[in-house]
Design a binder for this molecule. Structure first.
Ligand code: PMP
Length: 362
């Protein structure tokens, strides 16, 4: 433990619950008295299969999707899902509608277009992705297999407050990498939900996919192997060597979340933390918010310093008092405060205090 308390606002890999990191440290050399570590255990062992089953059950319970859904674990990060989702659900002659709200959707569109031709039905590119396009005006395609969106745009700091309604029997596909389990929302219209682990779930490298049963049944049967959802489901995500450490870690994060009172409680804390930050931004002319007010993210709070030459000083002085990794994404600059589940209220209080003092001084 460092002597001074450090608050890590990294966008991802992000701060993990301290209690979980310490528990992992404690049981790393000898898992459950077996005499060896989780890192050295067969992914097909009884012990690990129990971990994977527990992890799936807890995740679905937290999302209120306990029945009629499947959980798959893949290696390779959320980016690999951009391709895989299209590969499994599109194929020859099929198309999908994409809502372009930032770099992560742009990449998803690029990957989907390697499989089939998809349509961008709305975009906020014109204003640097600083808002979520209004959904009323969107002309969705009757033939679209699914509507694709990114729930929280990590780079620019925008977040959907409501989701579009599926139509013509299609369904939503959502990238929830940076806000899964952070707020209560009805996810029943989603046929596929996926999330890279490195923000609210655990260590990087793991991507979790939640598939609604009817959508699993629509997956292509003419493909097989590691990229086939059907194969992975049949093999309980053990088609090849599973990322045992990441899944074990995630399972512990879910226990921690339960101890925090589940999604219901943590969502209240997240909203409180975000509103404290936005209040400070709104009350000080030195801070200029970059995301449109109605789409402000509760997870990634972005702003610029009115005197841009002070941005580096802000980052440096924050670091000196233990508030680290606040620099904005290289594409947008400014400041980004990542406020994931594991960020304690005390971290945000300290940051708000620092911001007020910084504004007074400058
Ligand atoms: N989607 C979103 C919303 C993200 O924030 C990120 C990464 N920050 C990704 C996808 C890509 O994740 P990965 O680096 O795990 O492939």
């Amino acid at each position: 433990m460092s002597k001074r308390e450090i608050y890590n606002f990294s966008p991802g890999p992000a701060a993990l619950p301290k209690e979980v990191v310490l528990k992992v440290k404690q049981e790393l050399a000898d898992y459950a008295g077996l005499g060896y570590s989780i890192l050295e255990m067969s992914h097909r062992s009884k012990t690990f299969v129990k971990i994977i089953e527990d992890c799936k059950r807890k995740l679905l319970n937290f999302l209120n999707l306990a029945s009629g859904y499947h959980v798959l674990f893949f290696q390779g990060g959320a980016t690999t899902e951009f391709f895989r989702v299209a590969y499994n659900l599109l194929g020859a002659g099929k198309t999908a509608d994409y809502l372009e709200t930032g770099v992560w959707v742009k990449k998803a569109i690029q990957e989907a277009n390697n499989v089939s031709q998809v349509k961008v039905v709305a975009s906020s590119k014109d204003e640097g992705f600083s808002y979520i396009p209004p959904l009323d005006g969107v002309e969705f395609s009757p033939e679209a297999e699914y509507i694709y969106l990114c729930s929280n745009n990590t780079v620019v700091g925008t977040q959907y407050k409501t989701f579009p309604k599926p139509h013509h029997g299609n369904y939503l596909v959502g990238d929830f990498t940076s806000d899964i389990l952070s707020r209560e929302c009805d996810l029943k219209d989603f046929g596929v939900i996926f999330a890279g682990a490195q923000k609210n779930l655990g260590p990087a490298g793991l991507v979790v996919v939640i598939l609604r049963d009817d959508v699993l049944k629509k997956c292509r049967t003419d493909i097989s192997g590691i990229n086939s959802y059907l194969t992975m489901q049949e093999q309980n995500s053990l088609y090849n060597t599973a990322p045992v450490f990441q899944i074990y870690f995630m399972n512990l994060v879910l226990d921690w979340l339960e101890e925090q009172g589940g999604v219901k409680n943590i969502s209240k804390t997240n909203a409180q933390k975000a509103s404290m930050l936005y209040d400070v931004i709104d009350e000080h002319d030195l801070f200029v918010p970059t995301a449109s007010r109605e789409h402000r993210s509760l997870m990634n709070v972005t702003f610029k310093i009115a005197r841009e030459d002070l941005t580096d000083l802000f980052v440096r002085e924050a670091e000196e008092v233990g508030l680290v990794n606040l620099k904005g994404h290289r594409l947008v600059g400014g400041i980004r405060v990542s406020n994931y589940n594991a960020m304690p209220l005390s971290g945000i209080e300290k940051l708000c205090d620092f911001m007020k003092k910084f504004s007074q001084k400058n």
